[in-house]
Ligand binder design. Structure first.
Ligand code: CAA
Length: 257
């Protein structure tokens, strides 16, 4: 697929996706979402990449799904288009995805952030689900993921008023990991990604899967999932390397095997 609305870069073992539709504040049109999902999947398959960073620009991460593409369609058009189905594939990406967010992360932009695993924000970042202002509601997971992240009462307030959270508020509610000055938000995300790519990839993969299970599974099933994956890691070379390196007081050299 030719990339029209995103730019793709590599920095060592980190894949970087830049949303690039600046005049529309990176509003996510259908082709752009396809490009994002296909690129995430190809980075997930690429053995040279071990973590992914997704970012926009200083002014906007993404100001939502593209309203122009939705204004005049009817329900059956929406049903046949089924535009949010492709979003489900983001949750299947096995490598860690870090969002580096500055400016607007609204509607689909906020939903994209909530599909990432770690979020670094600049002081100017704004997170919200303003769909109610348009006569609709979130469609790419906003009512569910916002509520799981913020708790019922705060999510309800924001979803019903359409108001957004500042970066500091988002940090307070646990929606994001860190707020940093705008000059360094992407550097911070890249630094974090570079730290993760030095970790054993199979353990990283199973930890990500297990944390995601914790959101949906009852505790006993989550514990069972965790335990089986813990035992599974004892067949990896990286487990032997990590534990022997500890005993020998040297830095481990993880191979992803
Ligand atoms: N879709 C299409 N175009 C958009 C857009 C969107 N979501 N957000 C911004 N744009 C466009 C504007 O139309 C404008 O284009 P023109 O210059 O051609 O007029 C350009 O981006 C700049 O926007 P503004 O002039 O509005 O910039 P501003 O700084 O005054 O305001 C803003 C910024 C508060 C983010 C405002 O643009 C806004 O409210 N955008 C819409 C936010 C929104 O409602 N998002 C939810 C969309 S629906 C959705 O996402 C459903 C879902 O669950 C997936």
């Amino acid at each position: 697929m030719s990339l029209e609305f995103i730019q793709v870069e590599r920095d060592g073992k980190v894949g970087l996706i830049r949303l690039n539709r600046p005049k529309q504040l990176n509003a996510l049109n259908l082709k752009m979402v396809d490009e994002i999902v296909e690129t995430l999947e190809s980075m997930d398959e690429d053995p040279e990449i071990r973590a992914i960073v997704i970012t926009g620009n200083e002014q906007a991460f993404a100001a939502g799904a593209d309203i122009d593409e939705m204004t005049e369609v009817d329900s059956i058009d929406m049903l046949l288009r089924d535009q949010f189905r492709v979003w489900d594939r983001i949750a299947l990406v096995r490598k860690p995805i870090i969002a580096a967010v500055s400016g607007f992360a609204l509607g689909g932009g906020c939903e994209l952030v909530m599909n990432c695993d770690i979020v670094i924000a600049s002081e100017s970042a704004r997170f919200g689900q303003p769909e109610v202002n348009l006569g609709v509601m979130p469609g790419a997971g906003g009512t569910q993921r916002f509520t799981k992240a913020l708790g019922k009462v705060k999510a309800m307030e924001l979803l019903l008023t359409g108001e957004s959270l500042t970066a500091e508020e988002a940090l307070h509610y646990g929606l994001i990991n860190r707020v940093v000055p705008v000059e360094v938000y992407l550097d911070e995300a890249m630094k974090l990604a570079n730290r993760i790519v030095g970790q054993p990839p199979i353990a990283v993969r199973l930890i990500k899967q297990s944390v995601l299970k914790a959101i949906d599974l009852p505790l006993d099933e989550g514990l069972d999932f965790e335990r089986k994956n813990f035992y599974l890691l004892f067949s990896s070379e990286d487990q032997k390397e990590g534990m022997r390196a500890f005993a020998q007081k040297r830095k481990p050299d993880f191979k992803g095997k």
